[in-house]
Design a protein around this ligand. Structure first.
Ligand code: AMP
Length: 280
């Protein structure tokens, strides 16, 4: 696996590959890699000639400084894991390499999409995501980029970004990988204490139960169920549980409003914020 830390070097490499008509698959990450990330590089390998993974903990997408400071960083382990799984290129830039003029936030307009759900609870988060993804796309110029559906709203933001950029990049949404107890894999899971980790496994179970309730009794009943169940757990604090139109993320209160529905949750367990979603 080739490792690049400089933009000029990876650009040169990508240009050489394109000269040979090689297709480029790209998996942007913030590191502390797990099987969920590897499932993305594997899908990229199946679909493209060259797979590039980037690891960059992007400061502009963190609205909470403490969250940025404690975000897990395991570059050596990550490098080994990517190498073992046949990734071709790792792009590992420094903050200065990505933001030579400082980490001033660039503003984007995604209409309602970046103001609801995650955008509402993490003000400015999606502008930061769009800023770094745009920069990475300009550097890597992939044919396809692979994102996890765990960050469902992020996938929609990235699709909107690519449209705004008029960039010929196909955004591929990949399924959520889960631990054996159902918890969605996440780099943040390692920050959970043993007790918090146990409690976290309740989240996917509550989502499944809420789905059954919603399909039988309606959205309001499902929301009440989630609010009651999470408030019973002293370590849990619910940010939101909403049912949305899966194509627009417009929040719905009646099942008749959409056939293509998704339930999304964000919940603190202790000081760690976890997200998940489920099609209804
Ligand atoms: P992150 O390093 O958390 O920014 O994630 C990098 C990419 O991996 C994003 O596209 C995520 O949606 C994706 N990802 C994170 N967790 C999972 C998971 N459990 N299953 C599938 N993809 C994931």
């Amino acid at each position: 696996m080739l490792i690049f830390t400089q933009i000029a070097d990876i650009r040169r490499f990508i240009a050489q590959q394109k000269d040979q008509n090689k297709s480029i698959g790209f998996v942007p990450t913030m590191g502390a890699l797990h099987k969920g990330h590897i499932s993305l590089t594997e899908t990229s390998k199946k679909n493209c000639n060259i797979t590039v993974c980037s690891i960059f903990v992007n400061p502009t997408q963190f609205n909470d400084k403490k969250d940025l400071e404690r975000y897990p960083r395991t570059p050596e382990k990550d490098t080994e894991l990517l190498e073992k799984n046949g990734c071709d290129v790792l792009f590992l830039p420094s903050v200065h390499e990505m933001y030579p003029n400082g980490t001033e936030k660039e503003l984007f307009d995604f209409g309602n999409l970046d103001k609801i759900l995650e955008g509402h609870f993490r003000a400015g988060h999606f502008s930061g995501v769009a800023q770094v993804v745009k920069r990475l796309f300009e550097i890597v110029t992939p044919d396809k980029a692979f994102f996890g559906s765990k960050d469902y709203q992020q996938v929609m933001i990235v699709k909107a970004l690519v449209k705004q950029m008029h960039a010929p990049i196909e955004i591929v949404a990949c399924p959520i990988l889960r631990e054996t107890d159902g918890l969605a894999m996440s780099s943040r899971n390692v920050l959970l204490s043993e007790e918090e980790r146990k409690i976290s496994s309740v989240i996917p179970k509550l989502m499944q139960e809420a789905k059954t309730i919603i399909l039988q009794k309606g959205i309001e009943a499902g929301k009440t169920f989630i609010e009651n169940e999470t408030s019973k757990q002293p370590l849990m604090k619910l940010d939101y549980f909403e049912v949305c139109h899966a194509d627009t993320l417009q929040i719905i209160s009646n099942l008749n409003e959409s056939k293509n529905r998704i339930a999304l949750i964000a919940c603190f367990v202790g000081r760690i914020r976890l997200i998940d979603n489920l099609s209804l």
